[in-house]
Ligand binder design. Sequence first.
Ligand code: AHR
Length: 490
Amino acid sequence: MRAKIFADRAFPIGEIDPRLYGSFIEHLGRAVYGGIYEPGHPTADEEGFRKDVLDLVKKLGVPIVRYPGGNFVSGYRWEDGTGDKSKRPRRAELAWNSIETNQVGIDEFQSWAKKADSQVMMAVNLGTGTPREAGDLVEYCNFPGGTELSDRRRKNGFEKPFGIRTWCLGNEMDGPWQIGHKTAEEYGRAACEAAKIMKLADPSIEVIACGSSHSGMPTFGTWEMEVLDRCYEQVDYLSLHSYYGNRSNDTAEYLGCCRDMDEFIRSVEAICDAVKAVKRSDKTMYLSFDEWNVWFHSNDADKQIAPWQVAPPLLEDIYTFEDALVVGCLLITLLKHADRVKIACLAQLVNVIAPIMTETGGRAWAQTIFWPFLQASAHARGRAMLTRVDCPSYQAGKYGEMPAVEAIAVENGGELTVLAVNRSLEEDAELEPDLRGWGNMTLLEHSQLYCEDLKAVNTAADPERVKPEAGDGKTLRRHSWNLLRYRFDQ
Ligand code: AHR
């Protein structure tokens, strides 16, 4: 088949916020303990952070990391994770039935993020926590000094304020599973007051209100409307979360799941704009897709894990090659909405539904999904361009008829990057780029992620089974992810 990819320099979608390539570390499973932090590990630095993991995180290129949860944050007392480590409490962590030792907290995570060349995106507890406690945390982190809380930070070894700019007002507050679950009315009021107090403590911060946990929630739509009705002027972003999985082992359908993400984003945009109109507001609400990924492989295994362990191996999805194709399609979808989606977090980063895996005490390696994320983060920065693909379509089960090829072009300095997934399980696509307005194009690189076996995985023993290789610049192989980089002369 042929795949003609059209983009025209006159038709940009918008600037890509670097935070679109964010990720997420929650106090869950082995994300923190045995993941980013493991004193005694052969690669551990003086603070106990694993350098092998830091190297992989830096390679991935993650400009912002959401922390400390997730469901965890809704029962978290942030003071537990500050000050003398020997005095920190061990607690029953109720969101994931684990034991939390608090050996890593806000201070250590800030230090880790610096080492990872990343910013912290901090979530406050609006489940069991109060707006005042949320304001206290902003003061502890960002106030220069001369108050009890900011001086406490200085005493803990951090003279300079952390300068955390992006803050989440709780997590998935619409979900009955959430500790301190609230109705839309209750949450909308709490978010409004928390945002006010937090911005009084530091007017330079931006805050994200919780949207629905996913688009299948019975309250989806009304939740967004009612929450925004109460806090539209106080908040800067609304969150979206979504996870996908090949539960019925139907690859053709699974590869189409980015249509669900696309429709979810369009619906939330429409709701935000409806509230804006009703309020006669000048302000546009931006979106933070702060949890997205594939999550299903570990669901059954997790039911067998005994409660009340420190760092149990929860949510350890081992990703297949086809999962990497789905992650590629989801990245392309986020980029297609770069005008509105300013923040997105691949959930999560290490061990827990993550691109990076570790053995506690042993090796660290890149899962299959690491590669499309790395290539997009490295090369799809700048201006997302409206991109059309002329190619045959296929039946993607419940998602309906979809084009075989999904693609986006991004202008990045003097280069044009094309990201493309050929979803056809049978046919290679002959690539015909029709890229207008950039003058002469010279192909700099064609890298592709391809494997005969859709279920191939990377493991500690075989970490490079699925990894990018050079393409011929002309062919999008059947079921493949592709990065094409062109230099232009105009
Ligand atoms: O990322 C894992 C969990 O998924 C998070 O804790 C929660 O916010 C979501 O339901």
